[in-house]
Ligand binder design. Structure first.
Ligand SMILES: [Zn+2]
Length: 385
């Protein structure tokens, strides 16, 4: 069956544009129209699938499948700006999702889920995963897992755990809050001196463009070393305290042990310092993966390390070479941030996950979990990717 081209994203991004980014106006308009059409169809189909009772009928039929959810932080404090909105979900919303999906499926960790798929015993499995290793995973998430009888895989960035240093990204978020994106970008450009052209281009386009585009340019278009040095310098000049920020945001070793010892949490790897693997030379990327794993093993014991999460997780953030390095480092599976459902025949090192947001409707997750979107995929129509 041929795919329906009018609802497919382009296979590759247009030449000359940043990832997720800055293509021509007509390309963007076309994408926006297709995106809106797809979202509307997806919602209507999904509502019908769930509220007609078909989801319930299919929940335990149709063969082995594993739905994996992905989040970062769980933060319910009113007005909290500790983390950007797209990196957190409130405990109330997460509890609603956990309870709803628990009525259709069995909670497993990612490692258990993959093993069950391999053995063909995986009909109706759902796994929650949280990336980076934030402190609220112990304080907010763990009580929820207990209340909802759920499980979770927490993918730990190793460097904050060992050295109490944070990635440039959290320094940047802190600077955005403290100075605003434009001023933070202007100061970073000054520090970058001869390397500042990519930031100046965004800054010249105005405040809105700065808010949207600077992080992407820092992430993809600059070498890690000068970028880290520049962001660190601006962070310190503005009064930032890296150790305090790390304590506020990240799990410590004892927190991670408490999660592991709860019996509800599997710990997994997420590299040493959360760099985009495709921006690194091959050896450096391999070192990121291996050092992340060996550090977790030294700090927490050999129990961690069934599963791995690629930093940022989009297909342009990692490659087949990195998947091989992950496998050779000793992991059994790896997760991306592309939405979809995992089946036994799928690639265990390209597992799909649905990213949790405060507004993601539960009916979409139930539809995916019960095979509703899978039916359409067999007809050549993917309403999810
Ligand atoms: Zn991450």
């Amino acid at each position: 069956m041929r795919a329906m081209p009018w609802l497919q994203w382009p296979a590759t991004r247009p030449v000359g544009s940043s990832p997720m980014g800055t293509g021509t106006t007509s390309w963007c308009t076309d994408m926006n129209l297709r995106h809106r059409l797809k979202r509307t169809l997806r919602d209507l189909y999904s509502l019908a699938f769930v509220y007609s009772g078909v989801a319930r009928l299919m929940a335990r039929r149709g063969g082995a499948r594993l739905l994996i959810l992905a989040g970062h932080g769980v933060d319910g404090a009113v007005g909290s700006k500790r983390m950007p909105a797209d990196l957190k979900i409130t405990p109330e919303r997460l509890e609603e999702i956990l309870r709803a999906l628990g009525r259709y499926a069995e909670w497993v960790t990612v490692g258990e889920g993959v093993a069950r798929l391999d053995s063909g015993q995986g009909c109706g499995l759902v796994a929650l995963s949280m990336d980076d290793g934030y402190l609220d995973n112990r304080t907010q998430l763990l009580p929820l897992l207990e209340a909802c009888d759920a499980r979770c895989t927490v993918y730990l960035e190793a460097r904050p755990l060992e050295t109490r240093r944070v990635s440039w990204l959290h320094q940047w978020f802190w600077l955005e809050r403290r100075l605003g994106a434009s001023e933070a970008g202007r100061r970073c450009a000054l520090e970058l001196k001869g390397n500042s052209a990519v930031l100046n281009e965004v800054l010249a386009a105005g405040a809105d463009a700065a808010a949207r585009g600077l992080k992407r340019r820092l992430k993809y278009d600059l070498d890690a070393e000068p970028r880290d040095r520049a962001v660190q310098a601006v962070f310190e000049q503005a009064g930032g305290d890296e150790a305090a920020l790390c304590e506020e945001l990240y799990l410590g070793v004892e927190d991670a042990r408490e999660l592991r010892d709860s019996g509800r949490v599997e710990l997994g790897g997420h590299t040493w310092s959360h760099e985009v693997l495709t921006t690194l030379e091959s050896e450096a990327a391999r070192e990121e993966i291996e050092r992340g794993r060996s550090t977790l093993e030294e700090l927490l014991g050999v129990e961690c390390g069934e599963s791995f999460a690629y930093p940022f997780g989009r297909r342009w953030d990692h490659s087949a070479e990195h998947a091989q390095a992950v496998e050779e480092a000793g992991y059994q599976s790896a997760v991306t941030t592309h939405a979809g459902l995992n089946r036994p025949a799928g690639d265990a090192f390209q597992l799909r996950r649905w990213m949790l947001t405060e507004t993601l409707p539960v009916h979409l997750l139930v539809t995916e979990l019960c095979g509703g979107f899978g039916l359409l995929r067999r007809l050549g129509l993917d309403l999810v990717e």
